[in-house]
Design a protein around this ligand. Structure first.
Ligand SMILES: NC(=O)c1ccc[n+]([C@@H]2O[C@H](COP(=O)([O-])OP(=O)(O)OC[C@H]3O[C@@H](n4cnc5c(N)ncnc54)[C@H](O)[C@@H]3O)[C@@H](O)[C@H]2O)c1
Length: 471
């Protein structure tokens, strides 16, 4: 097997872009080309002004500045990059199927299959294919079958190398990964291929953090990791509702249980619900696989994590309506945050979308401010739901660049992303400009230290009783 000198990554999205940037940064002698069909995305990756990169991640611009043009390239010429590469990462999207068998649950593998067919058509020498996308267990078998039966007689080794980065901390997660997982075939060639990929990561990570397993364990581990993480969010969210009716405080409970080293402190923040492109889709995928294998109890167990998450979003929206005297019709609700979490411009499956949907059905007017999400994205998220009349969206939704403008004359504020800047605002000024009584619905637990009650705000925090300055 020849040493890897040339890498291609198909898919320049939230995973492909940052991952290849860091691989290129840490392996200056390897040429890394990230390709995508989406021309405007590639144009943005090549933009001189690093503020215009298509993805916002702290630290990403610096890494791109260091490697781009040296050994990191972004291109739409997929065939050329495939042809030149020794190793090809597949990092395309694997959304939940929206049609046919498995609709609403199974992963849609059409983009993966298209990649495999394209590689088979173009490749004229042996290549290592790395599954970076999150895939159902045993997908590598399908990819191998396509490559072996439709290719030009060249040898392909398929590795699974799922990505564990979290958006918002992607660069830090890549540069200092807890672990890298590489699954491969237990054959001579399989082991050599795994070693090639180990070498790439070993240029910056200690060897003991690079785990090698069989392909199926690697594919399944990614789904299981996301299921466990999402389960923790749903678990603490379930407890938040219990706290609200028992006068316990969810943050105190989280602290008390998180100190137990068997439980640990992370992922115990009660919130308006998890979002992002991965948790829901990966759990649904796990549920679908379990059901297909006749493991109904296993499927039901994991499905409950999603049911709880939907419940949390619904009850947050209901709480706003109920608190505002059972009607939000024609009232102005200010949204602080639209991204599914802080430090990213990704809005996929963001709780804010669903809260907005519910409030628009109640005829509220919504003004949105998010420091990194663009107006066209917000409108496209709402239209994509397909449940709202586009005219209503246009009439009732406004996106502004100034948070104070968003909150001016609002009846209520809903905090839906935990952006740090929100706690730095002049809350006295905000209070003075609002319709009274001025309500804050904190869906992210970030206002605790602010004592908003002292300005006379009425504050609802998930997992706590509603508070006013009278206690
Ligand atoms: N976003 C995350 O936090 C995260 C974390 C870990 C794993 N993952 C997994 O990584 C994969 C990619 O996720 P993402 O968030 O980067 O998706 P994304 O939608 O941001 O990016 C995927 C890109 O692939 C491109 N693409 C699709 N088919 C193509 C083809 N045939 N040729 C060239 N380009 C093609 C699309 O145009 C798109 O730009 C998914 O399987 C996801 O589950 C995502």
């Amino acid at each position: 097997m020849r040493p890897t000198k040339n890498i291609c990554c198909i898919g320049a999205g939230y995973v492909g872009g940052p991952t290849m940037s860091v691989i290129a940064q840490k392996n200056p002698s390897i040429k890394v080309t990230c390709v995508d069909l989406n021309e405007s995305r590639i144009k943005a990756w090549n933009n001189e002004n690093l503020d215009n990169l298509p993805i916002y991640e702290p630290g990403l611009a610096e890494v791109v500045a260091e490697a781009r043009g040296r050994n990191l390239f972004f291109s739409t010429d997929v065939d050329k990059a495939i042809d030149e590469a020794d190793m090809i990462f597949i990092s395309v999207n694997t959304p939940t199927k929206t049609y046919g068998e498995g609709k609403g649950m199974a992963a849609d593998l059409k983009y993966i299959e298209l990649c495999a067919r394209q590689i088979a058509r173009v490749a004229t020498n042996d290549k290592i294919i790395v599954e970076k996308s999150t895939l159902p267990v045993r997908t590598a078998e399908a990819v191998k079958s396509i490559l072996d039966h439709t290719g030009n007689g060249v040898n392909f080794q398929i590795l699974s190398n799922p990505e564990f980065l979290a958006e918002g901390t992607a660069i830090q997660d890549l540069q200092n990964a807890d672990r890298v997982l590489i699954g491969g075939e237990n054959t001579e060639d399989g082991k050599l291929a795994m070693q090639e990929l180990v070498n790439i990561y070993a240029s910056w990570l200690p060897k003991d953090r690079i785990l090698t397993t069989n392909v199926w364990s690697s594919e399944l581990s990614k789904l299981v990791a996301n299921a466990f993480l999402a389960q923790r969010v749903s678990s603490i969210n379930a407890i938040s509702e219990l706290c609200e009716v028992t006068e316990a405080d969810v943050q105190e409970v989280a602290k008390a249980i998180g100190k137990d080293s068997r439980i640990g402190p992370k992922f115990l923040n009660a919130s308006v619900g998890f979002g992002g492109s991965c948790f829901q889709k990966d759990i649904l995928n796990l549920v679908y696989i379990s059901k297909s294998l006749g493991l109904n109890e296993v499927a039901d167990y994991w499905e409950q994590v999603i049911i709880m998450n939907d419940h949390q979003k619904n009850r947050f929206a209901r709480k706003i309506v109920k608190t505002l005297y059972n009607t939000v019709a024609d009232k102005k609700i200010a949204f602080l945050g639209w991204a599914f979490k802080k430090d990213t411009n990704d809005t996929r499956e963001s709780a804010a979308i669903y809260i907005a949907e519910k409030l628009l059905h109640e005829q509220a007017n919504i003004t949105i401010y998010d420091p990194k999400v663009k107006e066209h994205q917000i409108f496209s998220d709402l239209e994509y739901l397909g449940t709202l009349d586009p005219e209503i969206i246009k009439q009732r939704v406004r996106v502004v660049n100034d948070p104070y403008l968003a909150m001016d004359q609002a009846h209520a504020i809903a905090i839906l992303t935990e952006w740090d800047e929100f706690i730095t605002y002049d809350w006295r000024r905000v209070y003075d400009k609002m319709v009274k009584p001025a309500f804050v619905f904190d869906g992210r637990g970030i206002t605790d230290g602010l004592n908003l009650e002292k300005y006379d705000f009425q504050v609802f925090r998930l997992g706590k009783s509603i508070t006013t300055n009278k206690g």
